[in-house]
Write a new protein. Structure first.
Lengths: 272, 361, 460
């Protein structure tokens, strides 16, 4: 008898709650464009924030409401832009696929240490303590703030320097904004030649602090012919908005300090 | 070293760090060492009143906590932290919260639970929301209620063999693998049992009983019985500035005020104030458990709120008629541990230069 | 003048071992000129000075080599006569990269007569005196280096009633201000009178910590004007911080985010007073200062009158070199100074000390978690909650830290000094403050550009 009573009471509570929930769900339901769901399904779901929105869902919403253009998803590339265009009827052109590159090659073997850093493992924090442990004030601090910001774990820390795995990089740019030295750039994947040094100092000053720094000899620019490469003061610069360097092997071979590298970024690897 | 110049002309690689560059010299290890030193008097008292088995129990608990800490850190691929001595402190504190007759395997299990469940699962020292030793005790109390409330008579009693106030007729409880021992209730337990019958034992007014409660010649957990020993340890902690007076004073003060109010409200049922203060685990709890820095609030004001909360909860658990537990200290502290993050969030200290409330900025 | 005990004391703070006995007994030594001086063009808070000399120019002592660029900036003068050899980008004591003007002294130490002495300063107007202070490149010599000419010229409507003279020197080890007060008492006093005239302050409090009885004695012997007193502060860190000092001497709390002028006070360091006197009475710009070279790793700790641009290496050698290998070299005091990465750093107007610590007298920060002891919260002189702020910053919750008023933190270091877990609390706060400043600047820049576009649109 007592079991029966309990069952009835519990059953009644359940019934009341169920009715209440059903009513509330109907009363406060938010009408949403069904296309938002479709847009979310189209997006890669990396939630990288590269579009400037909090995540894929909020970008999808903004696309459907017309608050955001359809071509902001760097991780998705052309395929996503196509699908979003079909969904919204608005057109957009996919930007060239990009990958992040750390413009510094000064690992522990190459870059001179000026002091022993004792403090928080964070590049921004180290930068405010007499400019970090490395003698070069422009180079990678090697404490991995970018690696922690990367949503795809595409950044490795090896030998005191960060490097991006192009196959994993989705080009969201999170790492770009957290680097206190502004060393990371999103570059078009079609480019193969990159200058892994950001020091504007003259050759002698660079040599003093790093064996892999650009000394501004200009040999690479000469070999390239000055089409997509120029000298910017004492450092070679790649004009990323121009066509990729035509003869990458020959140009890379010219660099005496090996800061000019020939990287294959074409492999976009697995996408989410 | 020459007279003209120092011995070193070129410094080797210098260290750079943020300011400040000097330190007062305290460390986590040093703090824990101070706590361990402060626990020596209660340990001695435990051995004096409960015999060498107390020492063995302390050793078992400490070994269990330290080994568990080591194994957990290894399994989680974290650095080894047994060197900071916090596991050893937990072990000793746990042991002091157990009855001296508890089987060793149960004590060891309590140690494992203290470290593995209450501490390392949350990330180790600094992240545990509850006092690990108290979690261990609560676990044992709930799992092994019988052995956890079989209070072996203190050694001195057994020698004297004189039935006295505060000790009801000893019930002989045979235990497997252990000699027949005398087990009795704790003074608080006895009061509770009596209250259920609507009575009040006479011994609560006995002045000799006060003295026994003070020096520790009574039943209870190994470390809690001797108020004197706990106070000596607490003075050491105060001297070493490991604890401040706020929590013990406000905790005990709240209990006193609460007890006084009860006494004024129901004079014929309530216990005297000093009986409440001296009995149970209040002293050990107020001086060693509630002052656990990880699990109490980080501001003075918060700590005062915490201590008052502990005091009120202790008295509620102790005095609610028909309640299951005669002793309320461990559960009171554990409950208030749960409130610590909330207290930390709510208590806002008046900043230097902060505009007074109501005034425009 | 009257000597009174400080009527108030702030809550919190610490009392580190003073270690002043290492150098307090040694009178300041004027150093000979080195072969090269490298004068930083940014020795103050605010915009770096703009170089106005070129390589090859001959300069005399007192010639302007860098002129103030903007409202909050200060002139930089040549500390001796010689030839400008080069401009180099070198790290400053605080670790920023700053342009340094390399001067090769010609040994004549010939003075420029750009600034005429004001023998009759008492008949000059405040405006004239302020102009002189700015022209002489005087900045707060206590550490922050705020341009004095700006500080003593508060916006109209802010009446200054009290001048607080900071002779607390609460940082351990340092004795430069102490020696200056002993050796240049008269000049400090004249500087005080000049500043009092400029500000029109009714009251002057000369705040000195109780651990410097000889300096208190010297000031007490001065025949003073009405309303001047020596206030003896309890020896406790950070009594030298201006907000804590104003509270200790008068009981006012400077509002959060505000300046001492908001409660009618101006705080100036004793060294600044002496520099003001030099500038007004003798027409000498600020180009040298008292520096304590001390610490357990120095062979003969002492005080020196160093020209700006002398290298730390040169001063350490003057103090007998290292007795043991130093682990840290700190520009300034041990609580708020900056650890430098090499002795090739150059003295600025704010370098109060060069501290060489050996391994035994410094400590290592660790990344271990907060154990919640709450000591940082009870020692914070701003009554902030360092433990909570650091946890928020560690979780990258800068907004959470801002809500806990991390911006009020002035990095005194009491929290890190007391932390048993050796957590780098101050570094966390410096990072968070940096992020907040950056955000504020970005927001301002955005607003400015938006306003600009609105204006251009409107004009169309």
């Amino acid at each position: 008898m007592s079991i029966l009573g309990t069952a009835v009471v519990i059953g009644l509570i359940g019934l009341v709650c169920g009715v209440l929930l059903a009513y509330i769900a109907g009363r406060f339901s938010v009408k949403e464009d069904p296309r938002v769901e479709e847009a979310i399904a189209v997006l890669p779901g990396a939630n990288c924030g590269g579009c400037g929105f909090a995540g894929c869902a909020s970008y999808a919403k903004a696309v459907i409401t017309g608050d955001a253009p359809v071509d902001r998803c760097s991780a998705g590339g052309a395929a996503v832009v196509d699908k979003l265009s079909k969904l919204t009827g608005r057109s957009g052109s996919a930007s060239e696929p990009k990958a992040a590159v750390v413009m510094c090659g000064g690992d522990n073997n190459a870059a001179k240490q000026k002091s022993v850093y004792n403090g928080i493992t964070d590049c921004g924090a180290a930068n405010i303590v007499s400019g970090g442990p490395k003698a070069c004030i422009y180079g990678c601090l090697g404490l991995g703030t970018c690696a922690r910001a990367c949503p795809k774990n595409a950044i490795r820390l090896e030998g005191g320097i960060a490097s991006v795995d192009p196959a994993l990089c989705i080009g969201c740019g999170q790492c770009v904004s957290v680097c206190p030295r502004g060393l990371i750039r999103l570059v078009p994947r079609s480019h193969r030649i990159h200058v892994l040094c950001s020091s504007p100092e003259k050759g002698a000053a660079v040599r003093k602090v790093c064996s892999k720094g650009c000394i501004g000899c200009g040999l690479c620019v000469k070999a390239e012919g000055g089409v997509s490469m120029t000298m910017s003061g004492a450092i070679a610069r790649i004009e990323y908005d121009k066509a990729p360097v035509a003869n990458p092997e020959a140009v890379a071979g010219k660099c005496p300090s090996k800061c000019l590298v020939n990287l294959d970024l074409s492999d976009r690897g697995e996408r989410a | 070293m020459s007279d003209e110049k120092g011995a070193v002309n070129e410094p080797s690689m210098l260290v750079t760090s943020s300011s400040p560059h000097i330190h007062c010299g305290t460390s986590v290890r040093g703090t824990m060492r101070d706590v361990l030193t402060g626990l020596i008097p209660p340990c001695i008292a435990a051995v004096v009143f409960f015999g060498l088995r107390a020492l063995a129990l302390i050793a078992v608990c400490t070994a269990a906590t330290v080994i568990t800490e080591y194994v957990c850190r290894k399994m989680m691929n974290r650095n080894n932290t047994i060197g900071d001595l916090s596991a050893a402190v937990t072990g000793v504190l746990l042991a002091l919260n157990l009855p001296s007759g508890l089987p060793f395997w149960q004590a060891a299990l309590g140690g494992v639970v203290s470290i593995a469940v209450a501490k390392q699962i949350f990330g180790g020292l600094g992240f545990n929301p509850f006092n690990p030793a108290l979690v261990g005790r609560a676990f044992l109390l709930i799992s092994f209620g019988a052995t956890m409330t079989s209070w072996t008579e203190s050694d001195w009693k057994r020698v004297e063999r004189v039935p006295e106030a505060g000790i009801s007729a000893p019930a002989e409880v045979p235990q497997p693998g252990y000699d027949v021992v005398m087990t009795t209730a704790t003074p608080l337990g006895e009061v509770k049992t009596a209250a259920k019958r609507g009575e009040k034992p006479d011994f609560v007014y006995d002045s000799q009983m006060r003295w026994k409660l003070f020096i520790g010649d009574r039943n209870g957990s190994m470390g809690e019985t001797s108020v004197l020993a706990v106070l000596i340890g607490a003075l050491w902690l105060l001297y070493r500035r490991v604890i401040t007076w706020h929590i013990p004073v406000f905790y005990i003060g709240t209990v006193a005020v609460f007890a006084l109010c009860l006494r004024l409200a129901v004079p014929d049922m309530a216990m005297p104030v000093d009986f409440h203060i001296l009995s149970g685990g209040l002293m050990l709890g107020a001086c060693f458990m509630a002052t656990d820095m990880v699990t109490n609030p980080v501001t003075r004001q918060g700590q005062v709120i915490f201590a008052i909360g502990c005091g009120i909860l202790t008295m509620i658990i102790r005095c609610v008629p028909g309640g299951a537990y005669p002793e309320g200290v461990s559960f009171a502290i554990l409950i208030m541990n749960a409130f610590t993050p909330l207290i930390n969030k709510m208590v806002r200290v008046h900043r230097f230069g902060e505009p007074k409330r109501g005034k425009a900025v | 003048m009257r000597v009174v005990d400080a009527p108030y004391t702030f809550r919190g703070g610490v009392h580190p071992p003073e270690k002043k006995e290492l150098s307090s007994g040694s009178a300041a030594v004027e150093l000979p000129l080195p072969d090269l001086l490298k004068v930083p063009l940014s020795q103050h808070l605010g915009a770096p000075a703009k170089a106005v000399v070129s390589v090859g120019d001959h300069v005399r002592r007192g010639d302007v080599i860098g002129s103030a660029a903007g409202v909050i900036s200060a002139n930089v003068h040549s500390p001796t006569s010689g030839t400008v050899k080069a401009f180099e980008s070198l790290p400053s004591p605080a670790g920023r990269v700053v342009q340094h003007c390399v001067i090769e002294p010609d040994g004549q130490d010939e003075r420029s007569n750009e600034l005429a002495p004001f023998a009759d300063w008492e008949s000059r107007t405040p405006a004239e005196l302020i102009e002189r202070i700015s022209a002489a490149g005087i900045v707060g010599m206590g550490g922050a280096g705020f341009p004095t000419g700006v500080k003593v010229n508060p916006p109209p409507g802010k009446k200054i009633h009290t001048l607080v003279v900071n002779g607390a020197e609460c940082e351990p080890y340092l004795t430069a201000d102490h020696r200056l007060m002993l050796e240049k008492t008269e000049r400090v006093w004249t500087g005080i009178r000049i500043l009092r005239k400029i500000l029109g302050a009714e009251k002057v409090c000369i705040a000195i910590e109780a651990n410097k009885p000889d300096a208190i004695e010297l000031f007490s012997r001065i025949d003073s004007d009405e309303g001047v007193e020596v206030v003896v502060l309890k020896a406790r860190y950070p009594h030298g911080s201006e907000k804590q000092q104003i509270f200790a001497t008068m009981g006012f709390e400077v509002p959060s985010g505000g300046l001492p002028a908001d409660v009618g006070c101006v705080v100036e360091n004793v060294g600044t007073m002496s520099a003001v006197c030099d500038a007004v009475l003798d027409g000498k710009p600020l180009d040298s200062r008292y520096v304590s070279v001390t610490g357990e790793a120095v062979a003969r700790p002492g005080n020196f009158i160093a020209r700006c641009g002398m290298s730390f290496r040169y001063l350490i050698e003057a103090a007998g070199g290292f007795s043991v290998s130093p682990v840290k070299i700190v520009a300034g005091g041990p609580m708020m100074g900056f650890a430098v990465s090499s002795p090739d750093i150059y003295v600025t107007k704010t370098t109060s000390g060069i501290l060489c610590l050996d391994e035994r007298h410094t400590f290592e920060y660790s990344s271990s978690p907060c154990i919640g002891c709450g000591r940082c919260n009870s020692v914070c002189p701003m009554r902030l909650l360092p433990s909570e702020m650091a946890c928020a910053i560690e979780a990258d919750d800068i907004d959470g830290a801002a809500a806990l008023h991390v911006a009020d933190c002035f990095e005194c270091g009491s929290c890190s000094f007391s932390c048993p877990a050796h957590r780098p609390l101050v570094q966390h706060f410096r990072r968070a403050k940096g992020v907040l400043t950056l955000r504020r600047m970005q927001k301002k820049a955005e607003e400015d550009s938006r306003k600009k576009t609105e204006q251009t649109h409107g004009s169309k």
